[in-house]
Design a binder for this molecule. Structure first.
Ligand code: BDR
Ligand code: CA
Length: 308
């Protein structure tokens, strides 16, 4: 059965590809997009979401979410995603405009008015956490949360923390303790799906509007990864959330307890994953342990080919 989803994202190069995958109407029912601040300020990530959706003719409500994290100072990630948050592609003027509601309200309405909604989150969790606080009734109605964030090992923003969780660890703490079933896809698997030159030329050959966007964005993404982390190809994190909804063989998950470090010390934002069940705490999360790299690129290729 086709799943109902709401995508909360902060585009962001890899978020843009998550939007692209989620726009395949024959595979998924995208109820709306709420935008988070993260890779850039909310003004920029919101415009980017609108541009990507409009370019790909994905006509769903897009609502602007929170400008700041719940407790801490805002951080952005211009070193990877550039000044615009989506450097590398010149989008035409968008045909659609923003939904008038706040992003948090879009999440609440979508969950209250539709059954079995899966929340897909590819940015900081501020909007979802505040939606849970503003309308607690949504908590028992959410079918599942699939998120990109965290890691069972080292971070990409500090030794301990991954960017999305570190941006708003208090929000992540609320979400991870909500009791909703969660699939967490972290750096330990997304670092295996690197957009190599080989991947880029494979996708370039598709030669349609979507592959043109993909290719141009990924070239800049990789260049920035080289400058920042000294790696030749960037990890394509966010589309893994949608890929695992389409093909349950793409990612292997393990059930465990995950705690978010909200102590404001050097491990702030760490997802403390109890892989070996040392603490015997209730399992609140399915954590991604491995990814089938070939299947992943097949899902991406199929997504690009959808846009003739
Ligand atoms: C996450 O951080 C962002 O920069 C990416 O879009 C991804 O969601 C990876 O740590
Ligand atoms: Ca993101």
């Amino acid at each position: 059965m086709i799943k109902n989803i709401v995508l909360d994202c902060d585009p962001g190069h890899d978020d843009a590809i998550a939007i692209l995958l989620a726009g395949q109407k024959d595979k998924i029912n995208l109820l709306g997009i709420s935008v988070a601040a993260g890779n850039q300020t909310i003004k920029k990530t919101a415009i980017n979401a609108l541009n990507v959706a409009s370019y790909l003719n994905i006509d769903v409500p897009i609502a602007i979410g929170c400008e700041f994290p719940i407790v801490k100072e805002r951080v952005i990630c211009a070193s990877i995603h550039g000044e615009s948050g989506l450097d590398g592609f010149d989008f035409p003027k968008p045909k659609q405009s923003f939904d008038k509601r706040h992003g948090v309200q879009l999440i609440i309405d979508s969950i209250m008015n539709n059954d079995d909604v899966t929340m897909v989150c590819t940015g900081p969790l501020t909007n979802l956490a505040l939606a849970m606080r503003l309308e607690p009734k949504i908590v028992s109605r959410i079918k599942e949360i699939v998120l990109m964030g965290g890691s069972i090992d080292n971070g990409n923003t500090s030794p301990a923390a991954e960017f999305n969780i570190m941006c708003d660890a208090e929000a992540a703490h609320i979400v991870f303790n909500s009791g909703v079933s969660i699939k967490m896809i972290g750096l330990n698997v997304t670092r295996k799906v690197l957009v190599s030159d080989k991947v880029i030329s494979r996708m370039e050959k598709i030669n349609n509007s979507a592959s043109e966007m993909f290719t141009k964005l990924m070239k800049v993404f990789n260049e920035n990864q080289r400058k920042t982390f000294g790696i030749e190809a960037g990890p394509l994190h966010d589309p893994a959330t949608i890929a695992c909804l389409f093909d349950d063989k793409v990612i292997k998950f393990q059930s465990m307890n995950v705690e978010i470090d909200i102590n404001h010390g050097s491990s702030y934002g760490r997802t403390n994953c109890d892989v070996f069940d040392y603490l015997h705490k209730p399992h609140n999360c399915l954590v991604a342990m491995d990814i089938d790299v070939n299947r992943y690129w097949d899902v991406i290729e199929e997504g690009l080919r959808y846009y003739k």
